[in-house]
Ligand binder design. Structure first.
Ligand code: SAM
Ligand code: SF4
Ligand code: FES
Length: 349
């Protein structure tokens, strides 16, 4: 197989076989650089030079789950827990709007304290106060809850399937089920949300074959946004002594997904920026078109510790806004105006 042949096929057909994906995941040197260049070209042709910013509001660090990799897991007794109250969340959303954000992402651990009614009320209040798109990222809920959130005004939903390898999924998510997670994602899609999903790169035991399956599953789920990032070991979790995921492999996954799903939104994640000071820039140069800066107060930022060393943790939201804008401009790109809805979603409507 020749890398150029595969890339030309991906460029014209937006489809690859599993073997072709694996070939690209194993590419190195000039071949890898060619993959990145193709992805950057497709990004420019399909979603342009605009980089859309999403204001991330991490409103609760409580979680009933015990995912092996995550610092918020319920067994981590050293985690600092907080819950933001409704009015406070709305205030932060307003502040994000004033800073120019037109999407807020409401994210938390899986925290049943926020009942269906509470979440609906938060969504409605934000929508009443400011003209922003709302993305929810609060994990697995019932069909009725997803329906109610959508009716209350939620526009998008972000939930990674984390890994498509059933065995690894069961091992790292005690008490959870892969089938249920996929069912939730299908419900979300059927309710007309813009769907975001993705996976972790570098989970211990994960192979290149698994990653190729992960990429194919994102494709099959027809994701409007694609959230992928490297795994980073947290010292108070069972995976504390394992190695972090690879930045390079993450960039290859971003590139391949951009080729397969040219008009979906793909963030350059904070985890990528945490492992490599230039990680987000590298992501933006090989297919990504979104960045999700945190807009919360410092007192909360410090406590939402999924993994150690998170960037921006000591910077206030205004500083991050300015910083990220200069990064975007330095890459010859510009900050997108408006909601930045996924073109993939828009074109299907
Ligand atoms: N609780 C919700 C959920 O799991 O979908 C949303 C919040 S959860 C903290 C958001 C994402 O953080 C997860 O989908 C997971 O991929 C990522 N994450 C958790 N621990 C991580 C780690 N140690 N390294 C990198 N990413 C991590
Ligand atoms: Fe909870 Fe999400 Fe962390 Fe899992 S990844 S422990 S569900 S916050
Ligand atoms: Fe937060 Fe640069 S984006 S300090």
């Amino acid at each position: 197989m020749k890398v150029k042949e595969i890339l030309d096929k991906a460029y014209s057909e937006h489809h690859l076989t599993k073997d072709e994906i694996k070939f690209l995941l194993n590419s190195e040197g000039e071949e890898k650089e060619l993959l990145f260049a193709y992805a950057d070209r497709v990004r420019k042709e399909y979603v342009g030079d605009d980089v859309y910013l999403r204001g991330l509001i991490e409103f609760s660090s409580y979680c009933k789950n015990d995912c092996f990799y995550c610092g918020l897991r319920r067994s981590n007794r050293e985690a600092q827990r907080y819950r933001m109250q409704e009015d406070e969340i709305v205030e932060v959303a307003k502040r994000a709007y004033d800073m120019g954000y037109r999407t807020v992402v409401l994210q938390s651990g899986e925290d049943p304290y926020y009942t269906k009614d509470k979440v609906c009320s938060i969504i409605k209040k934000i929508k009443k106060e400011v003209d922003v798109a709302i993305t929810l990222s609060i994990g697995e809920r019932s069909y009725e809850e997803y329906k109610a959130f959508r009716e209350a005004g939620a526009d998008r939903y972000l939930m990674r399937f984390e890994t498509s390898n059933r065995e690894l999924y069961q091992k790292y998510h005690p008490g959870m089920s892969f089938e249920n997670r996929i069912e939730c994602l299908r419900w979300i899609k059927s309710l007309g949300y813009e769907l975001g999903t993705g996976f972790l790169i570098g989970l211990p035991g994960q192979t290149i074959d698994d990653l190729a399956n992960d990429i194919l599953l994102v494709y099959e789920l027809d994701s409007d946004m694609i959230g992928i990032g490297p795994f980073i070991p947290h010292p108070h979790t069972p995976l504390k002594d394992t190695e972090a995921g690879s930045v390079d492999l993450t960039l290859k996954c971003i590139s391949i997904l951009r080729l397969l799903m040219p008009d979906s939104n793909i963030p350059a994640t904070t985890a990528l920026g945490t492992l490599d000071p230039l990680g987000r820039q590298k992501g933006l140069k090989c297919g990504a078109n979104i960045v999700m800066p945190n807009v919360n107060d410092l007192k909360y930022k410090l406590k939402y510790e999924l993994y150690p060393g998170k960037i921006c943790i000591n910077e206030d939201a205004t500083k991050c806004r300015g910083c990220i804008e200069s990064i975007i401009i330095s890459l010859g790109r510009k900050v997108g105006q408006g909601f930045g809805q996924s073109r993939h979603y828009e074109l299907k409507k």
